[in-house]
Design a protein around this ligand. Structure first.
Ligand SMILES: [Mg+2]
Length: 280
C-alpha cells in the first residue's frame, strides 16, 4: 500500500510539473510519439530515442518515404558526399519542401547572421584593400525559379535549358546574401564576385546582378571561355591573383565547397546551403 501511495504521489507531482514547468518553450518544440507504423525502421538500426521534434520539413517527410532524406542532405552539406549528379529521386519532395519552405531561408539566415557579425568585428587597415569574395549561383542569385520547374535537382543538369535561363537574366537575389552584401559595402569591405559562369555570360550576368540590386562591386570575375579547369583550381587561382594584386580576402561565401576550398581560401569562409546540385 505504501508503494501505491508513493506512486500516486509521484504521478501527481509529475502532472503538476508538466502543467506548470513545461512552459512555452516545451510546447513550441511540439514533441510527440511517432506512430507504430512510423516506428518501423526497415534498415535494422535501433531507435536512438522515442521522441522526435516536428519542426520544418525534416523528420515526417523522410519517415513517410522510409528514407532519411535529411541525413542525405547532411552528408551533402558537410562535403562527405561528393561527385553526385542528381538528388535521389525519392528525395525530390523533401528537397522541394526544404527549398520552398522556411528551412532553406532560415539556414541561410544563420550563415549570414554569423558572416555579418564577423565582418562587423574586423579591424580594417584603412587602405581599401579588404575584399569579400561572393559566388553567384545559389549565393548572390537564386535559381529557384528554374529548379522549381526541374525537380529541384532530380533531373540531370541540362546545359541548354539552364543557359537559356541564365541569359534571361531574371534570377532574384537570395535576400540573405543581399543583406550581407549591403552591410559589407557600408563597412567599407569591397565585394568581388567570382563565378564559374563563363565569359560569354558576362553581359547577362552583369545585367542580372544589377536587376537584383547588386551594385558597386570591385570586380566580376568569370571563367575564361575555353579553359578547362575544375572549380577549385579556377577559383583558388583567381583568389591568389587577388592577393598578389594587394587585396586582402577577409571573407569568402558560396553554396559549394568548391567555392571555398583551395588556398588561399580567404580569412574566413561561409557555406550556404544547397542540396540541389554538386559542383566539384
Ligand atoms: Mg554557386
Amino acid at each position: 500500500m505504501a508503494s501505491a501511495k508513493l506512486l500516486a504521489a509521484f504521478l501527481a507531482a509529475l502532472a503538476a510539473l508538466l502543467a506548470a514547468g513545461g512552459g512555452a518553450g516545451a510546447r513550441e518544440l511540439r514533441l510527440e510519439m511517432p506512430s507504430a507504423a512510423e516506428m518501423i525502421v526497415d534498415d535494422g538500426m535501433p531507435l536512438i530515442h522515442m521522441l522526435r521534434p516536428l519542426l520544418g520539413s525534416g523528420g515526417r517527410l523522410g519517415l513517410r518515404a522510409r528514407v532519411p532524406c535529411d541525413s542525405w542532405r547532411f552528408a551533402v552539406e558537410t562535403n562527405s558526399l561528393r561527385d553526385w549528379r542528381t538528388i535521389p529521386a525519392r528525395c525530390e519532395r523533401y528537397v522541394g519542401n526544404y527549398m520552398m519552405g522556411g528551412h532553406y531561408r532560415s539556414d541561410s539566415r544563420a550563415v549570414i547572421d554569423e558572416a555579418i557579425a564577423y565582418a562587423e568585428g574586423l579591424q580594417l587597415a584603412g587602405e581599401g584593400k579588404e575584399v569579400w569574395v561572393f559566388d553567384i549561383d545559389e549565393t548572390t542569385l537564386s535559381n529557384l525559379p528554374y529548379y522549381a520547374k526541374h525537380g529541384f535537382g532530380v533531373e540531370p543538369y541540362n546545359r541548354t535549358l539552364f543557359t537559356a535561363y541564365v541569359m534571361d537574366a531574371s534570377a532574384p537575389a537570395l535576400p540573405e546574401t543581399k543583406r550581407l552584401y549591403d552591410r559589407l559595402l557600408a563597412l567599407g569591405i569591397k565585394p568581388v564576385i567570382l563565378t564559374g559562369r563563363r565569359e560569354d555570360k558576362r553581359e547577362a550576368t552583369a545585367k542580372n546582378l544589377a536587376a537584383a540590386g547588386y551594385a558597386g562591386y570591385e570586380k566580376l570575375l568569370l571563367k575564361p571561355q575555353d579553359v578547362r579547369v575544375h572549380a577549385v583550381e579556377f577559383k583558388s587561382g583567381e583568389r591568389k591573383k587577388l592577393e598578389d594584386a594587394g587585396y586582402v580576402i577577409v571573407g569568402n561565401i558560396g553554396d559549394q565547397w568548391s567555392d571555398l576550398l583551395g588556398a588561399p581560401e580567404g580569412a574566413r569562409t561561409f557555406k550556404l546551403p544547397d542540396p540541389m546540385y554538386y559542383i566539384g
